[in-house]
Write a protein that binds this ligand. Structure first.
Ligand SMILES: *Cc1c(COP(=O)(O)O)cnc(C)c1O
Length: 496
């Protein structure tokens, strides 16, 4: 790999350049409203890839992170400690595992963390990076997270009890599964503040965006985001794609002199953080075919097929609720990469999209996108059928999100000679209703059963005429209360 001497970050909207990893980690959106990306991407050579083949998943995460975090910012020994500690609490050795099933179906299980969703992997690493810097500089931060279900639980499990930060989580009440809800509301630690909002997960993002646009509030309380807006999460997720490539593409059997084999990776897609990571890995020289699959909330497939980047009027509730999303905000990173890093263009596009909730992609960009990605959408019926078929053929239970990806495998044949890998983003234990709908049964793990007996604590955000403003006000009040309590060395927690 060519060694980059410096690693700077810039905004996808062209207004910010030359930021370091630490500043980027502590920011949500860039000050110009864009998202952070590395100014340059190193190329991974075939030799580097071959030398990475023997690495465990945690070792691979360390190698990938060390490309994007200069050693002056986190020395390698510290980085190793942080990642190894973060990934130590997983229920399988090496944190991930690969299931090789019938009909050429490879499933990379990324759900062996505390909340049984793939988000645990990148979240826990990111929270450990954060805590490292806070501790080093004796500072505190307030993390604000909007969640479509899995992010909140993951953030809470990664951050609870940490002395350097408070976490404010807002989730769409009744739109997530009971297990997801309890993973959040049963956390009674004083640095965790949970809000249950009467709206969709996109509604939840509205007041949060408004909070982050208040630069004075952001600075004073060191507000930060842990949504996949945060570069650090996307960075750790690069490892999912590289790991899949190293173990499923057939790299090992390929002749040294032959061109690198191609791997097709199918990704259940919601906020598009994972697929953005895939696009970055592809630009780093790994030959991937990427497939972004969604449920009935099909804005990504429509954009890929016809350039129609427009939200439907409502979010459709499906059996795969973690991807019930109409605003796939990480597509901004993909647009930026594919437009040749044209910050001016991305700024115009995204501002129009944010104002009108629709945008037609420029012809050239649409062409790039349709070459870079394949995309499709499936309904609840297809999700159920896929779960049934996979069970019948393999006695292997899929979560409904993973089923969205596996549907593509069962119905669209890959290019001859190309291997395929589906990313499994959650454990079926979190999505019991979908399992029941499919007429299947599952044995619930002890930690899921235990949730029912626990005490809960959260604050409701009710729907009002002026909900956008009201919710923003309520959250701001909480943030200010936390800030002043901490100033006096006290803790503060929200209650009704
Ligand atoms: C978050 C999530 C996704 C979507 O990931 P994105 O990176 O937002 O596209 C898919 N499946 C599950 C189970 C999730 O929790």
């Amino acid at each position: 790999m060519e060694k980059l001497l410096v690693m700077w970050y810039c905004s996808t909207r062209g207004g910010v350049q030359g930021w370091g990893f630490q500043e980027v980690l502590f920011s949500g959106y860039a000050p110009d409203g864009g998202m952070f990306m590395p100014e340059t991407l190193p190329t991974l050579t075939p030799d580097t890839l071959r030398s990475w083949r023997s690495l465990s998943y945690p070792q691979l995460v360390i190698s990938v992170c060390s490309v994007f975090i200069p050693t002056e910012v986190i020395p390698l020994a510290d980085l190793e400690d942080l990642v190894n500690t973060a990934l130590s609490g997983f229920s399988v050795p090496g944190a991930v595992s690969l299931a090789k099933l019938k009909q050429g179906l490879n499933v990379l299980e990324l759900f062996h963390g505390k909340t049984m969703a793939f988000k645990d992997l990148a979240m826990t690493c990111t929270v450990h990076f954060l805590n490292y810097f806070l501790h080093k500089d004796s500072l505190r931060a307030i993390v604000v997270v909007g969640t479509s279900g899995d992010t909140g639980g993951s953030a809470i499990q990664s951050a609870k009890g940490l002395s350097g930060l408070d976490l404010v989580v807002v989730y769409p009440r009744g739109r997530i599964t009971p297990v997801q809800e309890k993973q959040m509301t049963t956390c009674l630690e004083d640095n965790i503040h949970v809000f249950a909002a009467d709206g969709s997960s996109d509604d939840v993002d509205v007041p949060i965006r408004r909070l982050f646009s208040d630069q004075e509030l952001v600075k004073r309380h060191r507000l930060m985001s842990l949504n996949s807006v945060n570069w650090s999460r996307v960075m750790v997720q690069l490892a999912h794609f590289i790991y899949a490539y190293l173990h499923v593409s057939g790299l090992e059997e390929a002749e040294i002199a032959a061109p690198l084999p191609v791997l097709e990776i199918i990704v259940p897609t919601g906020g598009a953080g994972n697929i953005a990571a895939g696009c970055i890995v592809k630009q780093m020289g790994i030959p991937l075919c990427l497939v972004a699959m969604t449920n009935a909330n099909d804005i990504v497939p429509r954009t890929v097929k016809s350039g129609d980047f427009s939200m439907a009027t409502n979010v459709t509730q499906t059996l795969a609720p973690a991807i019930d999303i109409q605003d796939p905000y990480n597509m901004e990173r993909v647009f930026w990469l594919l437009s040749g890093r044209d910050g001016g263009l991305v700024k115009r596009m995204m501002e129009e999209f944010q104002n009108l909730h629709r945008h037609t992609l420029p012809k050239a960009l649409h062409k790039q996108l349709s070459q870079a990605l394949t995309s499709g959408a499936v309904g609840d019926q297809e999700i159920v059928e896929t779960m049934q078929r996979c069970w019948k053929e393999n006695q292997y239970l899929l979560c409904p999100h993973t089923a969205v990806a596996v549907w593509h495998h069962y119905h669209c044949s890959p290019t001859a000679g190309v291997n395929r890998c589906c990313l499994a983003t959650a454990s079926p234990s979190k999505f019991q209703a979908a399992v029941q709908k499919a007429g299947l049964t599952l044995d619930l793990p002890e930690k899921v059963l235990a949730l029912d007996k626990k005490q809960t604590r959260y604050v409701a955000l009710d729907r009002s005429e002026n909900w956008e403003k009201d919710w923003e006000g309520r959250l701001k009040q909480c943030i200010q209360a936390i800030g002043s309590a901490r100033q006096h060395g006290l803790s503060y927690y929200e209650h009704e």
